[in-house]
Design a binder for this molecule. Structure first.
Ligand code: ARG
Ligand code: ASP
Length: 695
């Protein structure tokens, strides 16, 4: 391991047009800084990340653990995507106050709405703790022994860290566990909703346009961070004050043009850029199609109900969006891998790797890694598909089965102890209440009838007429009493009787078998990573995304998805009007926006060509979790808000092709225009610092 670190320091990385990569912000000096500057950036590594002075990183917050957000005013005003704030916007919506449909704008601090459970986390500092974490880890240890050694080391590291009482610590593996970094963090828990455009702007184009360019979505929403009287993180209190940030991003009114430098600063969730070819084949040819089929079946039912019933539309908005998003991404991913020839390119790369291993005399150590992958993935295939199927049916799509899944865990806990039972019961009650807040039995029964046949040949939809769990009151009734009573009643419930054998199968054979092979694969993947970096040190490696703060950079750039087609990198309001379908579920446009378009009333937000920009493309390498990330210009100003990728490039999580992988951002001028001209919330603009870096 130490050898590897030594080598890493001396890797010479070519600065080429080929970008991609998600880099650790505390390690930008040298290679990344040079490359960014060669792309047009005027920022230094220290402007981006500095421990002793405020820097760009202080404006970037992890939004509820799944998205990114940024502070854009001295009063803690926070910007993220509409789809990132979606479940909060939904939770405050009703048929009377339909914020999903009509939007919401707080006209004063008093009107800003608290959100239980929502948090935003900042990174105070990042430290390399590789040596301490890997101390005493020798080749001869079993993976169990290694893990317990790592746990001991972790405790040692945590004890020594200097931090304030209100700060937290996280340690995360990088390069598949070949390196470790520690993060000191600050988590704010009083986050209030400030504004959201109507879905016809914030989700314009909905599923048809999701993952697609050209795009015309104003995918943004606004929140505000509140802190206690000492400006520190605190639980919600009406006495809390708007947070004064260490840094906030100025907003550029000059926008971008093709070729301009941009960087995206945020919390990418998960990539798998160094998988062997067999794994990529299995994911794209076997697992994706199987998962897609289940989600497609569920969506058909949910969509049909949402279109004809407004109450269901609000109830299922968030769930539908979640199911649809990955469904469509997997389709694009599989197509992209095929079209880009990724399999052949990866095969060739593996041939080069084997050659390098041989030439460097590393065959004893790494000579069998690839063939071991072949064997493991073959063994993995059936169980991998089946286990994915279980997750899709019992956890992601069918709500009654999800309730049964929770109940079975409670029965399991009851077999351990009364205390465990009580704890599990409390958690099930919470879950049941959560599900029933937005539950429609007809929708769910329809989903059951269409997804279950894909997983099992035993189907009995009559359970919906007999079970107690399609109604919250009768469901909670079932949970009253001692463990013995509850379990006795539960085991008489039709849905539970139906689901239990499949859940038991999951826990006794599916899951253990899946984990057994998967942990072997993970161990081998770590070895492969080490082998790659040792045998081919001249290649450029970045650590796969792991929900930690990263920076990715590139240029504003169009792309050519097919012969003779070139996509321009900027869309305008004209395109929104072109797509307008009156009264449509996805492509309706609010009257007021059409009026503003007609009058060309764009104020200070128009482009030099007089048009109003809406979205733009860049070569920044992003993934899920980067949603809501700021797109920052060469001077450190906010120019865009990242929210998606293009259809042809959604495979970038497993194979980044600089020719066609593009991220999609909303132009900040469109965001400001909607706030100011559409919503009349000029007071929010007045909080910001607007700049003209190009003038
Ligand atoms: N595709 C984007 C992302 O992965 C945006 C999703 C918005 N949701 C939707 N179903 N339209 O999150
Ligand atoms: N839309 C994604 C997100 O929510 C971003 C992406 O996958 O490109 O993070």
């Amino acid at each position: 391991m130490r050898f590897l670190k030594f080598i890493l320091c001396f890797i010479i990385i070519q600065v080429s047009a080929q970008q991609g990569g998600m880099w650790i912000p505390s390690l930008l000096e040298g290679m990344n800084e040079n490359e960014m500057q060669s792309l047009g950036s005027n920022l230094t590594a220290k402007d981006i990340y500095d421990v002793n002075n405020s820097s760009l990183k202080d404006a970037i917050g992890h939004f509820n653990g799944g998205c990114t957000s940024e502070v854009i005013s001295p009063k803690g005003l926070l910007l993220t995507n509409h789809h990132c704030g979606f479940s909060q916007i939904q939770s405050h919506s009703s048929l009377e106050n339909d914020y999903l449909k009509d939007g919401f704008w707080a006209m004063s601090f008093d009107e800003e709405i608290p959100n239980e459970g929502l948090y935003v986390e900042f990174i105070v500092r990042i430290e390399d703790v590789t040596d301490a974490m890997l101390a005493g880890l020798t080749e001869d240890l079993s993976s169990k022994e290694k893990q317990s050694k790592i746990d001991i080391n972790r405790n040692g590291v945590v004890k020594k860290v200097q931090k304030e009482d209100w700060q937290d610590i996280k340690i995360r593996p990088f390069y598949k566990g070949n390196q470790y970094y520690l993060f000191v963090t600050e988590r704010f828990k009083d986050i209030r909703l400030v504004g959201a455009p109507p879905s016809s702007i914030g989700k314009f184009g909905s599923d048809t346009d999701n993952w697609v360019w050209p795009r015309h979505t104003g995918d943004f929403s606004m929140f505000r961070i509140y802190a206690d009287k000492d400006n520190r993180p605190a639980e919600y209190s009406k006495d809390n004050q708007p947070y004064t940030p260490k840094h906030f991003l100025p907003v550029s009114l000059d926008g971008i043009e093709e070729g301009d430098f941009t960087m995206v600063f945020g919390f990418p969730g998960r990539t798998n850029e160094y998988l062997p070819t067999v794994a990529v084949e299995q994911i794209t040819q076997k697992v994706n199609p199987s998962n897609i089929a289940i989600r497609e079946a569920a969506l058909k039912v949910i969509d049909a109900h949402m279109k004809v019933d407004d109450k269901i539309r609000i109830q299922y908005a968030s769930k539908q969006a979640r199911i649809a998003n990955a469904w469509k991404k997997w389709i694009g991913e599989t197509q992209g891998i095929e079209k880009s020839g990724a399999i052949d390119i990866k095969r060739q790369f593996e041939i080069d790797f084997k050659k390098a291993v041989k030439e460097k005399g590393l065959e004893d150590k790494y000579g069998t890694v690839l063939s071991e992958f072949e064997t493991l993935y073959e063994e993995f295939e059936t169980i991998n598909i089946k286990r994915n199927g279980f997750v899709e049916v019992f956890i992601r799509t069918n709500e009654l089965m999800y309730m049964m899944f929770q109940l079975a865990q409670m029965e399991n806990a009851a077999n351990k102890s009364d205390a465990a039972f009580e704890k599990a019961k409390a958690s099930v009650i919470n879950r049941l209440k959560g599900i029933h807040k937005n539950y429609n039995v007809n929708v769910d029964k329809g989903v059951f009838e269409s997804v279950m046949p894909i997983y099992s040949d035993k189907i009995d939809a009559s359970i919906y007429d007999k079970t107690a769990f399609t109604d919250l009151d009768t469901a909670l009734n079932m949970l009253e009493g001692s463990a013995k009573t509850v379990l006795k009643n539960l085991n008489k419930d039709a849905a539970y009787i139906y689901a239990k054998p499949m859940i038991v199968e999951f826990y006794t054979s599916l899951e253990p078998e899946y984990q057994r092979i998967n942990s072997k694969i993970n161990t081998l993947q770590a070895k492969y990573m080490e082998a790659l970096m040792t045998a081919m040190p001249e290649e450029r490696y970045f650590p796969d995304a792991n929900s930690t703060l990263r920076i990715t950079y590139g240029k504003v750039n169009g792309y050519s998805p097919r012969d003779a087609i070139y996509y321009n990198p900027v869309t305008y309001l004209d395109g929104v009007i072109e797509k307008y379908v009156p009264g449509d579920y996805e492509f309706d446009v609010p009257q007021k926006l059409r009026d503003l378009y007609k009058a060309k009333d764009y104020g200070q937000y128009a482009d030099v060509n007089g048009k109003l920009p809406v979205c733009f493309l860049g070569t920044n390498h992003t993934t899920g979790g980067n949603s809501g990330s700021p797109a920052i210009d060469a001077e450190g100003n906010l120019v865009g808000l990242n929210f998606d990728r293009v259809w042809e490039g959604t495979m970038s999580d497993i194979y980044y092709d600089p020719e066609i992988c593009r991220n999609i951002m909303v132009d900040l001028r469109y965001v400001l225009f909607i706030i100011d001209k559409y919503a009349g919330a000029k007071h929010l603009i007045d909080e910001m610092t607007l700049v003209h870096p190009k003038k």
